[in-house]
Design a protein. Structure first.
Length: 347
């Protein structure tokens, strides 16, 4: 018992000794160093072109940055790899930069750390319609200071019609008096539809562009008979002449005796009409005044042409002459002399 008591007293003296104090402190320090070293991590911080190596006991990347006095903004992107088995990690900071987006008369500045032109437009909350145009390729990678401009585009389509002129086909015929014509088929213009598209950029219309044309209806060719038959009279009652005979006449006086006469300018006739080529003298009891006639030789070598019964005379009333043809000069009446003709009554 006395021996145990002596050992306790000796141990107490040792605990109060300098040797014990140094040993205990060393042990505490060793434990502290071990604990700190187990909780300390190495981290590389990449900020643009700057790379920093830092040691930290923090686990949150934002706390690590704040611990080292590195500030970020909300638009910056902080990528943290986490710590590996060697207690090493990496933080990469992607700094946001300004980009301007102009649309609808308003310019917005957006901050982005990366992305494309399309991303910047979306960040500015600008909606693009199908035909809208952007001054930069929407797939282009963004760079600081990019100025993106959106043009609002719409297309306006209009249709107009224009006439397609018809052609005129002429056919010469001796069934008509020279200088006269007869329309066999009336011409009609065709219609062409033109479709135009106008590009309107930010409310300003550009020059229209023709995008298509289509023939809605073809033109109808006009067919015209052109008379070539030389006649004395230039009157024209519009009858069709076939084989030197007017189609649709009422009756004919065949083998009639025809003479010629003339008168001074302004002279009148028995019916009150003015004396002129085409106004002929008849026996009004046989051919009433005002009757329309067509006078020609049977062989067609002589054609007086269309005429109107307008005058009379002694030789006509006593039957020596059937018709006296008016000419524009005395010489012309003498040249034609006496002829045998057919007188076609037209009405």
């Amino acid at each position: 018992m006395r021996n145990l008591f002596e050992k306790v007293i000796a141990l107490g003296k040792f605990a109060r000794s300098r040797t014990f104090a140094v040993g205990l402190l060393s042990a505490v320090l060793a434990f502290t160093v071990y604990t700190v070293s187990m909780k300390t991590h190495a981290v590389y911080i990449r900020d643009g072109e700057q790379v920093l190596l830092k040691f930290t006991m923090q686990q949150d990347p934002q706390e690590i940055l704040e611990e080292n006095g590195i500030a970020t903004i909300a638009a910056d992107v902080v990528d943290f790899s986490g710590f590996d088995s060697r207690r090493m990690g990496e933080i990469e900071i992607k700094r946001a930069f300004p980009v301007t987006v102009t649309a609808d008369g308003e310019t917005k500045t957006v901050m982005l750390p990366e992305g494309t032109v399309a991303d910047a437009i979306a960040e500015a909350q600008v909606h693009l319609d199908e035909d809208d145009e952007v001054n930069l390729d929407k797939a282009k990678e963004l760079r600081a200071g990019d100025d993106i401009r959106v043009s609002r585009v719409e297309y306006v389509t209009s249709v107009e019609e224009e006439a397609i002129s018809y052609d005129v086909a002429q056919e010469k015929t001796d069934s008509l008096i020279a200088g006269s014509t007869k329309v066999l088929q009336k011409g009609q213009d065709g219609v062409r539809q033109l479709t135009w598209r106008t590009k309107v950029v930010d409310g300003v219309a550009q020059a229209p562009e023709l995008v298509s044309e289509e023939v809605a209806s073809e033109p109808v060719e006009e067919r015209v008979l052109v008379g070539t038959k030389n006649t004395v009279s230039k009157l024209d009652f519009g009858y069709t002449i076939e084989n030197n005979v007017p189609v649709g006449y009422t009756r004919v006086i065949s083998g009639a005796k025809a003479t010629g006469y003339s008168a001074k300018a302004g002279a009148g006739t028995a019916s009150g009409r003015r004396a002129m080529v085409g106004h002929v003298a008849v026996n009004p009891n046989v051919i009433p005044y005002g009757t329309k006639l067509y006078i020609t030789s049977a062989d067609g070598r002589f054609v007086y042409g269309y005429a109107i019964a307008a005058d009379t005379g002694t030789a006509l009333m006593d039957g020596r002459v059937d018709v006296d043809l008016f000419y524009d000069s005395y010489a012309a009446s003498c040249r034609n002399g006496v002829k045998t003709v057919n007188i076609y009554i037209l009405n």
